[in-house]
Design a protein. Structure first.
Length: 449
């Protein structure tokens, strides 16, 4: 079976490489000629563990190729997958489906009889039916199918997630679509990954509902952390106690600077917009979006609190990517935090193991550093924004010697308050007060009695 992947971005590249690893002949095409040229030279365009090896071995085996010639690639393909971006539309938060429909119109003239067009992009309910209409209008005599196959890979663990998914969601409208999609995922049957085969609309909605639910869980942990700070409780302990209930689970209950990245912010906004449009408001997610948008300001307040007067102060920011093990800077909390600190007159020194090349294009007046200790040189405060492993075991004496001040603001709770205090730092984190304030404790008692 021959597959053409339209869009060689995060999802297109990872899933294209993984389908070629399953043994299919895959061609990844992209509008971005520079991206395709790089991939052809063997340069992998995203930072993702195991991906470069996978791509190299499948190019070598002749199963994976890159092209900017959509016509040639689509003409002899059995399956055409759309993995183009669906960003937020300015103003109303709806998913901007321009790229999806443009890709559908672009492939339509070249589709062969019996082709199956699969949407991997995250799209709102109704989009796959509209893709069907767009292609049918362009090619009234073409016999083709459409399928929805939303992608659930997590950046930072993308190859592994694709190869060992919790589940595969497939939306179809006909028997051929189902047969072809089952064949595509047959290599996973030994791993017993559940296949949910359903309608197009159900598949589309599953993706949005899953991301919205996870974003809501993160936001719950963040508001719980706020309450813990007020009453002198430890959110790590409280979240652990909650998460042990297997109806709740421990994942995504970690407080921090709010969710960011290429998916949760735009998908929650699109879910809210779809709820309004369909007359079924999604109020929990509306609140999730609002609370998350306020989160950066709260974190900035915490950092400014640690600095005292901001003017003339220097902050070392450790971690820029929206999460560890990726170089993706889309809607990364670091961006809002750094800009707000700069506006307050703070000088920024920054380090990230992978995302600095992207971050340099998005941020001005930052001193880019080779390692966390260089970033800490002369800093009044060190702020941990992304929990990369290399920040988990910092040489605290070296860090302290490099710094001018003593403040560490740990927005990911990767250190323990007592250990940091013993090491001579003025430490603050999220939902874990450095010490239980008597006033707060009394207040909390007053409220419960
Ligand atoms: P991306 O921006 O990294 O990649 C999209 C690519 O498509 C770009 O390289 C762009 O040049 C290309 N493109 C756009 N129109 C094209 C066309 N007509 N022909 C050829 N190429 C075209 O985006 P992404 O992060 O891979 O996300 C793609 C979709 O997958 C989105 O809907 C996203 O919500 C969803 N998704 C992303 C992730 C993730 O972790 N990044 C996970 C699950 C789902």
């Amino acid at each position: 079976m021959k597959i053409t992947m339209i869009g060689a971005g995060y999802v297109g590249l990872v899933s294209g490489a993984c389908f070629s690893e399953y043994g299919f002949a895959v061609t990844c095409v992209d509008l971005d000629a520079a991206k395709i040229a790089k991939l052809k030279r063997g340069e992998v365009t995203i930072y993702e563990s195991g991906l470069s090896e996978l791509i190299a071995s499948n190019i070598e085996a002749g199963r994976l190729r890159f092209s900017d010639d959509v016509t040639a690639a689509v003409t002899d393909s059995d399956v055409i997958m759309l993995a183009v971006g669906t960003p937020s539309r300015r103003g109303d938060g709806e998913a901007d489906l321009t790229y999806v429909y443009a890709a559908a119109r672009q492939i339509a003239p070249h589709l062969k009889q019996g082709a199956v067009v699969v949407t991997k992009s995250t799209v709102v309910p109704g989009t796959n039916r509209q893709i069907r209409r767009v292609i049918a209008e362009a090619r009234p005599s073409l016999d083709f199918s459409v399928a929805s196959n939303p992608e659930f890979l997590r950046e930072g663990a993308a190859v592994d997630d694709f190869m060992r998914p919790n589940r595969v969601i497939i939306g179809v409208h006909d028997e051929r679509g189902e047969r072809v999609m089952r064949a595509l995922y047959r290599p996973l049957s030994l791993r017993e990954a559940p296949l949910v085969v359903t309608t197009l609309e159900n598949a589309e909605l599953i993706k949005y509902a899953a991301n919205s639910f996870l974003a809501m869980k993160v936001t719950f942990a963040n508001e719980l952390a706020d309450l813990c700070e007020e009453i002198g409780a430890d959110v790590q302990v409280v979240a652990h106690g909650i998460g042990l209930d297997n109806r709740i689970g421990s994942k995504f209950l970690h407080p921090g600077p709010g969710f960011g990245g290429s998916c949760f912010p735009k998908d929650t906004r699109a879910f809210v917009a779809a709820g309004k449009r369909f007359g079924a408001p999604q109020r929990l997610i509306e609140t999730t979006v609002e609370v998350n948008e306020r989160r950066i300001g709260q974190m900035v307040g915490k950092i400014l609190g640690a600095l005292g007067t901001p003017t003339g102060k220097t902050v070392a920011v450790l971690g820029l990517a929206f999460k560890p093990n990726t170089d993706d800077m889309r809607e990364a909390p670091s961006l809002g935090i750094i800009s707000a600190l700069q506006e307050a007159g703070v000088a920024i020194r920054a380090h990230d193991p992978a995302a600095m090349p992207h971050a340099r294009q998005l941020l001005d007046n930052v001193a880019w550093c080779e390692n966390p200790y260089e970033a800490a040189e002369g800093a009044d405060a060190v702020v941990i924004v992304t929990e990369w492993n290399i920040y988990r075991g910092l040489d605290l004496d070296r860090l302290k010697t490099a710094m001018r001040g003593r403040s560490v603001v740990d927005l990911r709770n990767i250190y323990k308050p007592d250990e940091m205090a013993a090491a001579g730092f003025v430490y603050s984190s999220v939902g874990r007060p450095a010490r239980i304030s008597e006033a707060n404790f009394a207040r909390a008692k007053g409220q419960v009695s």
